[in-house]
Write a protein that binds this ligand. Structure first.
Ligand code: ZN
Ligand code: ZN
Length: 359
């Protein structure tokens, strides 16, 4: 049975559709563009490509944690809907995995909304979440903007996208527009790394991260992956999406667009290391990202939700604590909060109270 489930999931992945847009080469392409799609400029080809054999070796030679029974290692609190409905100037609620609701000055931003039971092209097989979303999709407040990091099923979930619909503006990396249009969502802006979209007082920028894309077996690297920066007066936000670590991308992001008031940085899906290292950071590398991008305060994502990799469900926050200590940083600077928590952030520049009129 253990063997059958992953094999079935792979067969399903072959049947699933990918993205179809073709890109025309102009001869002046950036270093992450290829004739078919995209690549990681700071990785060698062997690092980036993984054969089916290597995937099988990883899956069946690793000591895979029992996530279902390990779910109790993931702390959880009931969502305080009153806080969500009456937000203070800046607050962030962890809904699960990489899905965060960011509320700033009356604007609601969602990251990688995934509310489905499985991170899979079908509802009956594939990685099944062992912790339910902190709130159902129907309970979300009106959403203004959604940023999507890439097309893996644990980040781009078509039933959730369809349920949220066309009211928000969707910001996606290059070549991801078509998959949203397949469920009728057309209010989409597609950006390349370092491209910017301004809307009202907000400025969104897609940033380089080290990852890959695929929704089937024939579309690996076809659609771009990215992190996101959302900036407005008094608030600068960074969402690292899903990424491996290198010493270039995050330092450059910090230099060009930092410092950040709030960053969402992945801390989970890192074991076994020999397989995951190039594409998924561990907590120690997550702390490197926190420092490289010049984050004033970070919250952990990409853990405690889907059984994607070998580590114990409760391991990432423990390792994060050790990594912060090793780096000589305060534990309060980068938190792995319980599922459902709303974290309220202090305003960067406190507003001075109106002066009392002199009697
Ligand atoms: Zn991914
Ligand atoms: Zn992921």
């Amino acid at each position: 049975m253990l063997m059958i489930k992953p094999l079935l999931a792979m067969v399903i992945m072959v049947l699933a559709s990918g993205c179809a847009t073709e890109r025309v080469m102009t001869g002046k392409e950036p270093s992450h563009h290829t004739s078919k799609g995209f690549k990681n400029p700071h990785l060698t080809e062997e690092d980036g490509e993984k054969s089916l054999w290597t995937v099988m070796k990883m899956r069946f030679s690793s000591d895979w944690a029992d996530h279902e029974s390990g779910a109790k290692q993931v702390p959880r609190v009931p969502v305080d809907m009153a806080m969500i409905e009456n937000p203070v100037s800046m607050q962030a609620t962890w809904i699960g995995h990489s899905t965060y609701l960011i509320q700033v000055n009356g604007v609601n931003i969602l990251t990688d909304p995934v509310f489905s039971e499985r991170a899979s092209p079908v509802s009956w097989a594939g990685p099944k979440r062992y912790t339910s979303p902190a709130i159902p999709v129907e309970a979300l407040p009106p959403i203004d903007y959604v940023v999507i990091s890439h097309n893996h099923y644990d980040h781009l979930d078509l039933p959730s996208i369809k349920a949220i619909g066309n009211d928000p503006l969707w910001l996606v990396p290059l070549k991801n527009r078509e998959v949203l249009e397949s469920v009728g969502v057309t209010n989409v802006v597609e950006l390349d790394w370092w491209e910017t979209h301004e809307v009202g007082p907000w400025k969104f920028t897609a940033t380089p991260v080290q990852h890959w894309s695929a929704r089937g077996l024939s579309d690996r690297f076809d659609c771009l992956w990215a992190g996101w920066v959302a900036k407005t007066e008094g608030f600068n936000f960074y969402f690292a999406g899903d990424t491996g670590y290198n010493e270039k991308d995050f330092i450059e992001t910090g230099e060009r667009l930092g410092p950040f008031d709030l960053s969402l940085i992945p801390i989970g899906a890192y074991a076994p290391r020999w397989f995951m290292k190039t594409m998924h950071v561990n907590p120690e590398e997550a702390v490197n990202i926190h420092q490289d991008v010049q984050s004033r305060f970070s919250l952990a994502i990409h853990w405690g939700t889907f059984p994607l990799t070998a580590e114990e469900p409760g391991a990432p926050p423990v390792d994060l604590g050790k990594a912060l200590q090793k780096a000589g940083l305060s534990q309060d600077e980068f938190l792995a909060v319980p599922l459902g928590s709303t974290t309220r952030l202090p305003a960067r520049t406190p507003v001075a109270p109106p002066e009392e009129p002199l009697e």
